[in-house]
Design a protein around this ligand. Sequence first.
Ligand code: ATP
Ligand code: MG
Length: 270
Amino acid sequence: MDTRIVGRSAETVALHACLAAERHVLLEGPVGVGKTALARAVCGELGRPLVRVDGDGRYTESKLVGMFDPPAVLSSGYKVENFIDGPLVSAMRQGGVLFLNELNRMPEGVQNVLLPALDEGRIQVPHLGEIRAARGFAVVATQNPAEFVATGALSEALLDRFELVRLDYQDEGEERGIVAQEARSAPDAATIAHAVAIARQTRVDPRVRRGASVRAAIAIADIAARLGGDVLRAAQLALPTRIELVDPSATPMGALVEDLAKKAGVEAHR
Ligand SMILES: Nc1ncnc2c1ncn2[C@@H]1O[C@H](COP(=O)(O)OP(=O)(O)OP(=O)(O)O)[C@@H](O)[C@H]1O
Ligand SMILES: [Mg+2]
């Protein structure tokens, strides 16, 4: 099921244009801002398959490209049919979009494998030969903005092959629209408004280093709807895992959330 994208018309047009032009896109934005949802929606519109990979520091080149099945190679050698396509080869053959979540966290070796795929649409695989990309192949990679990443930045060579689409937090009205659409427990309008207001408070409070996204607002609204509208209690459940404090030893989480709720106009529940 595809999510309908609320707002984001400029970003949708930009991503659509880049992918239609078979350019590769780096989607940059904080956690939960809607990078995956936007990429999925645009791929859906273009009718291109989306092959998704979640990066981490231990991701390997052979996971990305694919590998020969060892027992099959032992019994019959390096035959074409013994190769198991990885996400990169699969997207290239299908003319699909390879979605690389958090590319900047992947090891340099993995990033380097992408270089020829990105500008020439071809890669060399040992014992298999050259794989050429079908029409439509493109890469959409994501990274969180530099100030939030302790991990390495992308190399200059890699960046030179991407267009940049930046996603910032959406305005309050759009965030309410997203929560109304995405929440599963049918929260009422007041609950939605309060959940969004608390999430937005976390982004401006000086005691908070990294605030919460609309994903947190969705969770708060959903849980509050199951707690008879108790948004404060829902926020106590949803926020501690999603925000990062400047000085955790100086700021008790429970009291902070209570204060944020008060500032967001949430009344204490009995
Ligand atoms: N503009 C939007 N329209 C509809 N839903 C949205 C929008 N933005 C975000 N969402 C919803 O908010 C949640 C978080 O979005 P998403 O998973 O796309 O964020 P992300 O940037 O990919 O997060 P991460 O950095 O954790 O990968 C999802 O439930 C998604 O459907
Ligand atoms: Mg994502």
